[in-house]
Design a binder for this molecule. Sequence first.
Ligand code: PEP
Length: 251
Amino acid sequence: MSSRKFLLAANWKMNPPPAAALENAHGDRSKNPYHPHADIDVVVFPTFLDLQRCIDAGLIVGAQCGHPEATGAHTGDVSMAMLKTAGCRYVLCGHSERRKDHHETDADVAAQAIAALEQKIHPIICIGETLEEREKGQAQIIVKRQLKGLPLESDVTIAYEPVWAIGTGKTATPAQAQEMHAFIRSHLPEDRRESTRILYGGSMKAENAEALLKQKDIDGGLIGGASLKPEEFGKIVEVAERLSAFHLLHP
Ligand code: PEP
């Protein structure tokens, strides 16, 4: 039996939290898909400015990025240590938008993940190839390079996010995603291979969630656009809850 409970990570990027996510903090939580669930893990990633009100609303919260150094001359940055103090339980490391907009390198991403682990924050480490790299047949080479140097012997989550599928409406087919997830799993240290969760990210939505989450090596989703729409996100949560027992029984 697998220990890989589904994890749905709602990446709200530079958007305010959906109003519905902050509702029912002290009422009927079952009406709010963003709240913690029994059979699956649901985590929201608001902007730094919205972290506190999400925590106050009873949500499990992660940060979209964090600096590896604890303090210092890094204008605009927030450290992993500060995120821990603020109540973050998860952090995204190396999202493709950070790699592109902020020139984060593989070495930066590894340093972030190590710093997060030191603070007992769970890192979700994002990797994935661009369209050009896939078309040149280099997808696996890129992913293998991105995995190198990561603290894979520790308790981390990997998010495979083909860059060409993020925010584009184009999704990897379930077979393409499964093939890459299996490849990633085969590169994990043997004693972590079965327990490490590998999420899929890239235009996951209600209509494709079931086919993706049925793949044996897909342990959840890192979801951008669809996570800002409560009804759509609720449907993905329902699919994950329905498939959860099967996923745990058939690793
Ligand atoms: C993401 O933000 O990591 C993401 C996958 O976005 P989207 O679901 O909108 O493609």
